[in-house]
Design a binder for this molecule. Structure first.
Ligand code: UD1
Length: 376
């Protein structure tokens, strides 16, 4: 049996590895182990995803925790190296673009172990984003590059990556969404928030997520976004599951007055604790509008057909704009308000799902992994 070791670490990794782990679960050709770096450790950002997505308990948890980029990356490398030396996998698989992705890829490549990168080739062309650095460096040392959308194939070609290692396979995050859509429909969250009564149709609401350092660590930018969303929230409630980084910054900057604190869920920006996968999918599915600086949510709203405004100056996922429901609106408050009102009043009717976002990406990846590992 060939040995494949996958490394995950932060929230958006878990829904990407779940469909791949499922595909490999009963494989007679590949023995699959899972390592959790411990980059995310709170139940709400990590543990709950393992339960809801039926992910196997990690074989090893490196428990590195939070730290600066250098400390976190270095700690993951230092603690992963002995695991790789001990188990001697033929290949290490990493997903996405977080610090755990790059740290694991670098550790494996330095030991001469092949690296497979899922979600390769995406580029924002903005090197101030830590994720862009992580993506470019991970791709540069990967021997198998699994790509979600055509722009990724084009980017890798431009960077001189050998095309025989590049595979347009679709989107494992969408595999996960399609698999859990029915379970999400049974989530009680909309009733809990007073948006749906006794199974009746939903009241209109929007959803906000923010966690990019460029948005929440600059007080001017953060204030501008919150004031624009407050303006919108005079007409409909805006539910805001707050990331721990963001919550800290709201306290630091004294921005609590932008949030509805009376428990009223009929208007205002309504802060929520970070949500589990099924509750968040349910909330997004019925939203009139989603405002976000996340990457994955741009893709999920495209498949759900929900209008999405990306509060950044760029996206590494252009298929969500060209084909899907996403608009990149930046962080200018007037522009956010105008785009939100326009999206609410004239929802875009013509959108499509990018090719191969069909729930079968993990199957394609597993097939290619089997072929490649046979030859090692
Ligand atoms: C990380 C990823 C980002 C991804 C995001 C999803 C990098 C560079 N960034 O950002 O790409 O979109 O995850 O959430 O890898 N914290 C907790 N509990 C936890 C984990 C973190 O409270 O379980 C707090 C800590 O104060 C920590 C801060 O959140 O310092 C930031 O965590 P970190 O993993 O460094 O970055 P994220 O902002 O979560």
């Amino acid at each position: 049996m060939k040995r494949l070791l996958s490394v995950v670490g932060a929230r958006p990794n878990f829904m990407k590895i779940a469909p791949i782990a499922r595909e490999l679960r009963n494989s007679s050709e590949i023995q699959h182990r899972l390592v959790h770096s411990g980059q995310h450790y709170d139940e709400a950002l990590s543990g709950s995803f393992f339960t809801e997505l039926d992910l196997p308990k990690p074989d090893v948890n490196l428990e590195v925790g939070s730290g600066s980029h250098a400390v976190q990356t270095a700690e993951i490398m230092r603690s992963l190296e002995p695991v790789l030396l001990d188990w001697k996998p033929q290949m290490v698989l990493v997903v996405g673009d977080v610090n755990s992705t790059l740290a694991a890829a670098l550790t494996a490549a330095k030991l001469g172990i092949d690296v497979a990168h899922v979600e390769a080739g995406l580029r924002s062309f903005d090197m101030t984003m830590p994720e862009e650095i992580n993506r470019k460096l991970t791709d540069a040392i990967s021997t198998l590059l699994f790509v979600t959308e055509k722009s990724g194939v084009d980017n890798l070609k431009r960077e001189g990556v050998s095309q025989e290692n590049v595979f347009l396979v679709g989107n494992v995050m969408i595999d996960c969404l399609l698999r859990h859509r029915e379970a999400a429909a049974r989530s009680p969250i909309l009733d809990r928030l007073g948006m749906r009564r006794n199974g009746s149709s939903c009241l209109p609401y929007a959803v906000l997520t923010l966690h990019r350092p460029s948005n929440v660590e600059n007080p001017t930018t953060f204030r501008g976004i919150l004031s624009a969303v407050s303006n919108l929230a005079a007409d409909l409630p805006v539910f805001f599951p707050v990331h721990p980084r963001t919550r800290k910054q709201i306290e630091n900057f004294g921005f609590g007055h932008y949030l509805e604190d009376s428990g009223n869920t009929r208007r205002g920006i309504v802060p929520l604790d970070p949500l589990g996968y099924l509750d968040f999918l349910s909330l997004n599915t019925k939203a009139s509008l989603v405002l976000t600086d996340s990457g994955g949510i741009q893709e999920e709203t495209t498949v759900l057909g929900v209008p999405c405004l990306t509060l950044r100056e760029n996206t590494e996922r252009p298929a969500t704009v060209d084909q899907g429901t996403n608009q990149v609106v930046g962080v200018d408050p007037d522009r956010i308000v105008a785009a939100a009102r326009s999206a609410l009043n004239n929802p875009r009717s013509a959108y499509t799902c990018p090719p191969l976002w069909d729930g079968k990406a993990a199957q394609r990846i597993a097939q290619i992994l089997r072929q490649r590992l046979q030859g090692t």
